[in-house]
Structures are given as C-alpha cells and as structure tokens.
Design a protein around this ligand. Structure first.
Ligand code: SAM
Length: 446
C-alpha cells in the first residue's frame, strides 16, 4: 500500500498534516484543515489531495491558493483509510488516465452514484437514494484516445501524466478491452516510419463488431513510406480500418479499409464512418439504451420521439425497432447518413442535420413529439433545453456525460415544470472521475 508515486510541483510551500474527509467531483481527496493560525492551511481551508481516500491521514505540502482551496502533495502517508486497496495497474499514480484505483469497489461505486445524486440536487431534483449504478468491468472499454510522440528514435504511446504534458509509455491498461491493450506495442512499432522527430499525434481506437477502427489525428502529411507502414500496421494488427486526419477541422481520409466497420444498434447493423462516436463500453451502451427505452416507455405509443444529438443511432434505432416513429437530429452529417442507411425499410425514421447549439428545435417544433431524448457533448444543451423547457413535451429523457452541465440543463427543466421520474448512473470510464447518467423527466404542469 502507499506505492503511489508523485512528482514535485513548483511553488509549493508549507507542510501540514490532514485527514481526508471525502472525495471531490474531480476524484481528489478533500481535507478540511483544523490547523490553528492564520497561515496557508488554516482552520476551514479545503485541501485537495490527489490519490487519497476518506480516512487517509497524510502529511502534505501545500500548493498556492486557488478558487476552491489549495492543492496538497503527499509527502508522507501516516495512516491509510478503511476503503483503500492496492491499485491494479502499475502506472497508477503517475498516469493521468485513472484517479480512483485505490478506492475499494463498494466505496468507489457509492462515490460514482453520489456524483449523480449531487448533480440532480444542483438541478433542484431529489433522487431516490442511492441512484443505481450500471458498471463497466475491467477490460470493458472499447474506445480510447492515446497520445503518441517521437523523441529521437523513441516512440511513446500512452496517456498524459497527471497534471502534466509528459506522456506515460503504457505497458498495460487494465481498463481497456484486451485487443485495444494489445494494440499499444503495435502502434508504437507502426509509427516509426510515420512520426517525424518531435511529432505528437492522437491515436483514436474504437473496437466495432469486426475489428478495430483506428484514426491518427495530427500527422500533417503522409508520404508513400508512411502510407506503406500504416497499411502494414493495419495488416499485422488485423485492423478493420485505418484512417488519417491532419487535424480535427479537416476531413478524415481512409488509408487502409480492410473490412466494413459495423455496429449493431437494436436489430440494425450500422456501417459507421471513420471516427464515429460510439459509447465507451458495451455494458454502458446497453444500460443507457435500456434506460432510454424505459424512460420513453409508452409515452410515444402512437406518437413520435425526437432523438437530439443522435449520432449514428444508438438510441434512435432501438426506439425505431420497437415500432416508434423517430426523428434523429445531429450536427454530424456522416453519422446521420449511417443512421439513415441502417434504418432503410424501417418506417417512421427521419434524420435532420442541424446545429442544435445555434439552431435548436423551437418549442413549437418540439410540441409535435410525445417524448424527447437528448444526449449532448460535454458542453451540454443549454440552447436546446431552453426551448424544451417551454415546449409541453410530456416526457424528456436526458443522457449526459457531464454532471456539471447536466445540473444546469436539469435546473432549466425544473423551472419548466418537469419532475424527476428516475435516474441511473452509468460508469463507462472505470477508475476515472467521469460519470454518465440518464434522467427521465415528466411534465407535471398542465
Ligand atoms: C455524446 S455524443 C452522443 C451520440 C449518440 N446519442 C450516441 O449515444 O451514440 C454527442 C453527439 O452530439 C453531436 N453534436 C455535437 N455538437 C452538436 C451540435 N452543436 N449540434 C448538433 N449535434 C451536435 C455529435 O455529433 C455527437 O453525435
């Protein structure tokens, strides 16, 4: 125990002893100082100490004051709390990918569920406690973004270190599906002919039905040698497809397309475009879909459902498979084309490419639907929720990957007369501080 490694941070000053009381929303342990005096770390100061758990007694070096409190860097472990366990990964502590491997499973699960209860409370809703938690087991992640960098002859593939731009060269990642973990050394080898000295790129890997879809984001150009090396990587790693995107604003170009890249949503197979969004784990996706179908329930019998931020149809296609009319809206035309292709022959599925931030569906447009599902990116859906709050839609199902923006959007629904019917926490990012959720709201004013 206590094998967690730290790197010194600059600007650190006094040392104090604290006992961790709770774990905050970003996954850091939080202590409230009981030290007398008027110096940094005085009574009542909140001190955020990464990689600690409730009950840990630690000596910390204090960092500079920030809005919420001070950071503390552990310099000695005096006592470990009752929930602490041995982290399963050798990179834990240094790698910025995980922050909660040291927390035993019951405490970890309770913490994730509490994050959703707290977000609902900030939105003005009281949830039945504890909010149920759908889990993803170790080895369950099917989507990952690695960073790769070349320095001299050395290629590093991994994640950023905690609070740093340095990279951890990954030897293992127990979070990932085994074929994604096995990809790491192959990518390291495959990039030798691709990355120039000093080159830094993102490597986005997603596992679909019949293999991995890999996208390299960042190489400004690919010469013939690089293209040959990537075709070889696709071959040796048995990738379904390998694509290249110079930067996120430019189109994605397939470099090696070996098999169709397919995913099943409901009873439909979707041929997804390169770089398509996919929920991060199958377990998470199944839980989200079940909660969305349950939330829409009978509301849309004979009526229609709007699926906003629909992507390739994770929710639209299962909703349509059960006989509902579905209007799917998203800003990504390629994703919608894939959805529409998969929905061919299913009556009642329509798609619309639309920027829901700048041009949300109006309250009048929304009034045509018996239920609305929305699943925005991390920034949330404030413009769309503004219209939704005044729309009179009987049932709204909110899916969110960010409790902070969810709380803001939920608060607006609360003001619009919606009450909470049910909530589910969904953990797709095992051992990180991320949590996703589904909340079902029903209009109570009439
Ligand atoms: C979290 S993903 C959810 C996708 C889908 N619901 C799923 O579960 O697979 C968010 C989606 O929002 C879309 N999106 C992002 N910003 C948007 C905007 N301003 N207007 C419309 N869609 C947007 C993205 O293209 C993406 O498909």
């Amino acid at each position: 125990m206590g094998s967690v490694r730290y790197r010194p941070e600059s600007g650190l000053s006094p040392e104090i002893e604290v006992t961790i009381a709770t774990v905050g929303a970003r996954g850091d342990g939080i202590a409230v100082s009981t030290r007398a005096g008027n110096k940094p770390g005085k009574i009542g100061d909140r001190i955020f100490v990464p990689l600690t758990a409730p009950g840990d007694r630690v000596r910390v070096r204090l960092g500079p004051a920030q809005t919420e409190g001070r950071r503390g860097q552990v310099i000695a472990w005096l006592e470990r709390g009752p929930d602490v366990v041995e982290p399963p990964c050798r990179h834990f502590g240094r790698c910025g990918g995980c922050s909660l491997q040291h927390l035993g499973d019951p405490a970890y699960g309770a913490w994730k569920s509490e994050q959703v209860t707290a977000a609902l409370a900030r939105g003005g809703f009281e949830a039945v406690q504890p909010v149920p938690l759908a889990r993803t087991p170790p080895g369950g992640r099917r989507r990952v973004t690695f960073t790769a960098r070349r320095r001299g002859t050395v290629i590093t593939v991994g994640f950023n270190e905690r609070l740093s731009h340095r990279l951890v060269d990954l030897e293992q990642c127990p979070v990932l599906a085994s074929d994604l973990e096995a990809l790491i050394p192959r990518v390291r080898q495959g990039l030798v002919e691709v990355l120039p000295d000093g080159g830094l790129i993102d490597v986005i890997a997603t596992r679909f039905e019949d293999g991995i879809d890999l996208v390299l984001v960042g190489p400004p150009s690919l010469d013939l040698g690089a293209r040959q090396a990537l075709a070889e990587l696709a071959e040796t790693a048995n990738l379904a497809r390998l694509s290249w995107q110079p930067d996120l604003k430019q189109p994605i170009e397939p470099v090696a397309a070996r098999r169709p890249v397919l995913v099943r949503f409901g009873d439909r197979l979707v041929a997804v475009p390169p770089g398509a969004f996919l929920q991060a784990s199958l377990e998470g996706e199944s839980a989200l879909v079940a909660a969305v179908l349950g939330g829409v329930g009978d509301a849309a019998a004979g009526g229609a459902v709007a699926d906003l931020f629909a992507g390739c149809g994770t929710f639209s296609l299962p909703l349509a498979s059960t006989g509902r009319r579905v209007h799917a809206v998203d800003g990504n035309g390629a994703a919608l084309a894939a959805l529409a292709g998969a929905a061919r022959g299913l009556p009642g599925v329509t798609t619309e490419q639309r920027d829901l931030g700048r041009n949300p569906l109006s309250s009048q447009e929304l009034a045509a639907y018996q239920a609305v599902v929305f699943d925005p990116p991390r920034a949330g859906a404030s413009a769309q929720v503004e219209a939704l709050a005044g729309s009179g839609v009987p049932v709204v199902v909110a899916v969110s990957c960010n409790p902070a923006t969810f709380a803001r959007d939920a608060h607006r629904l609360n003001e619009g007369g919606y009450r909470l019917v049910s909530a589910l926490a969904v953990d797709q990012f095992l051992w990180s501080a991320h949590i996703e959720l589904v909340a079902v709201f029903r209009l109570s004013r009439k």
